[in-house]
Design a protein around this ligand. Structure first.
Ligand code: P53
Length: 479
């Protein structure tokens, strides 16, 4: 049993729009993420075209990481973190996306965050765009539907690469870029919302529009990787995929094919472009079956070929089933769904719990690409109880993390080159899908409630102390 490498990147993750708050402070412009109201599993978030007075927008104050980052990073160091994944808010750097020069105060904020991490020897892993973009680019160009958005994105990349070149080595281009292969995913991923006001449940985007916009985003990702490789050879560039394995619901051969097909579209379509530099063999048929014509200009294919990533990163929360049966109950997973697996239990939010699925996924990914892999999101959203003595006994989260870390260790023993793990999440944050605070993921509890009340006080949960032990023993003892 070899186990985790000595320099394994034990980390934890957050995303700007879910933690920072300070949405209009120090020159920051409004982003798509700032236009989502709060919500719940039953009452979905509403995307509004402008800020409405009688509504609460949880990203506007988040958990106030903007003013607590020093305290938070100190707790990260006390936890023993080797790596810290966070995203840069594009609208702090370019408030509307189209300015000629960047907003210095925004750049300074991330300088401070990075300096703080550096002080404690914590390796930053930076997501360039995590489910947000300047609202200005939605107004002007309808987000990623326009090719011009690629140029504005590249302006942003040029600035942050240059500015942080000595402070950041690991970069991820777009968070869960495959979200847009589903009908409702583009609402948070692609900014295709110009004329939309409505709930996250009611939104749907036709396949032609979203796959074309996704093509632009894949080009932007490849261009960013190429820029990095040309100018900053010390950078390591990664993609980021919401990886969901699909199992055949039965051993009926049709079900095997159905599961294979689901994984092709959801998991491999984007991955093959980002790792191999070209659309997979099945893309042509997929496009023609759906009457899709992707506008691929001369030069596009070269860009994709030249911009392949150095490592593969994924989020992993659940597995699904696929097959031909009509009467099987569905299993939830934000914008992605599938058939319920009778062998698995689910979280309070209906996400199927399946650590073996992580081992399976890592083996599948490594078999296909043979490049280093990082798991950059994995965790349990659950209601936590704050005891009178300010303790939070989240054994269920410890069990979740333990079983998934064990699955990673097993996959390393299988031969997978796994280089890092950043659990979701470091601190409690605003849920991306529901806008709730009560769907808590953190190792650290934050006194912030669904209605926006709270003191922002930080309290370490039992899972914080457990994870510290695991980092200390490099995952050799998971008890
Ligand atoms: P929330 C789909 C499936 C799994 C995870 O989700 C997903 C998605 C896309 O919505 O998103 C990631 O907060 C995402 C994070 C998010 C986390 O999962 O809806 O990258 O921003 O917070 C958990 O419970």
């Amino acid at each position: 049993m070899s186990g985790f490498k000595k320099d394994f990147l034990w980390g934890s993750a957050i995303a700007a729009n879910q933690v920072e708050g300070a949405w209009n402070v120090d020159g920051k412009g409004p982003s798509t993420a700032d236009m989502f109201t709060s919500g719940s599993q039953k009452n979905p978030r509403i995307f509004t075209k402008s800020i409405e007075n009688n509504k609460y927008y949880p990203s506007h104050d988040g958990v106030d990481f903007y003013h607590h980052y020093k305290e938070d990073i100190k707790m990260a160091s006390e936890l023993g973190l080797k790596a810290f994944r966070f995203s840069i808010n594009w609208t702090r750097i370019f408030p509307t996306g189209i300015e000629d020069s960047p907003n210095e105060l925004g750049l300074k904020f991330y300088d401070s965050v990075l300096d703080e991490l550096n002080r404690f020897n914590i390796e930053p892993i930076v997501t360039i765009s995590h489910f947000e973009m300047p609202y200005g680019l939605v107004d002007k160009l309808n987000g990623w539907s326009s090719r011009k958005t690629i140029d504005y994105f590249m302006n942003y990349c040029q600035i942050i690469f240059k500015r942080y070149q000595h402070k950041v080595k690991y970069w991820l281009t777009f968070n869960e870029i495959n979200n847009s292969t589903t009908v409702s995913g583009p609402l948070i991923s692609l900014g295709l919302t110009k004329d939309y006001r409505g709930t996250v449940f009611d939104y749907s985007c036709d396949i032609q529009t979203r796959l074309q916009a996704l093509h632009h985003q894949l080009l932007a990702s490849a261009k960013a990787v190429k820029l990095a490789h040309d100018k900053y050879p010390q950078f390591k560039m990664g993609n980021m995929v919401a990886f969901i394995p699909y199992y055949p619901y039965t051993s009926a051969p049709e079900d095997i094919l159905a599961a294979n097909n689901q994984m092709n579209i959801l998991d491999w379509y984007v991955s093959d472009v980002q790792v191999r530099g070209l659309y997979p063999y099945f893309a042509k048929k997929y496009w023609s079956d759906n009457d899709v014509k992707i506008d691929i200009l001369p030069g596009d294919e070269d860009i994709l070929k030249q911009g392949t990533v150095d490592f593969y990163s994924l989020s992993y929360y659940m597995s699904m089933c696929a097959g031909l049966q009509k009467k099987v109950a569905k299993s939830a997973g934000n914008f992605i769904d599938g058939m319920k697996n009778p062998y698995l239990k689910s979280s309070e939010w209906g996400w199927q719990l399946d650590p073996d699925g992580l081992r399976y996924s890592l083996n599948q990914i490594y078999a296909r690409y043979q490049i280093p892999i990082m798991v950059v999101e994995n965790g349990l959203g659950a209601v936590d109880k704050l005891e009178a003595n300010e303790k939070i006994h989240d054994d269920y989260r410890i069990d979740y993390l333990r079983s998934h870390i064990k699955a990673m260790r097993d996959s390393i023993d299988d031969g997978v080159d796994l280089i890092g793990y950043t659990n979701w999440s470091f601190i409690d944050l605003v849920s991306a899908s529901t806008g709730e605070m009560s769907k808590r993921y953190g190792l650290i509890y934050i006194d912030k409630q669904d209605d926006g009340t709270g003191s922002f006080k930080r309290l370490r949960k039992d899972s914080y102390y457990w994870y510290k032990k695991i980092i200390d023993n490099n995952g050799s003892d998971l008890e």
